[in-house]
Design a protein. Sequence first.
Length: 69
Amino acid sequence: MSTPTDFEPATVICPCCGGPSLYAPSNRYRPFCSERCKQIDLGAWAAEEFRVPTSPPLEPANPEDDWKH
């Protein structure tokens, strides 16, 4: 008989290397497969390699609009 705390750990894809990664409390680097992949990802964030794509404004901003009272 299984209890509510029993579960089958999932294997997910490591976001860094694409390899298998155990997504369970026993994997202290989850969702990454290893400390190396976790550190590579952290380095990419620190280097601002992950950015939200944006579009340039359609028209240049009018600086006088900022000074209206």
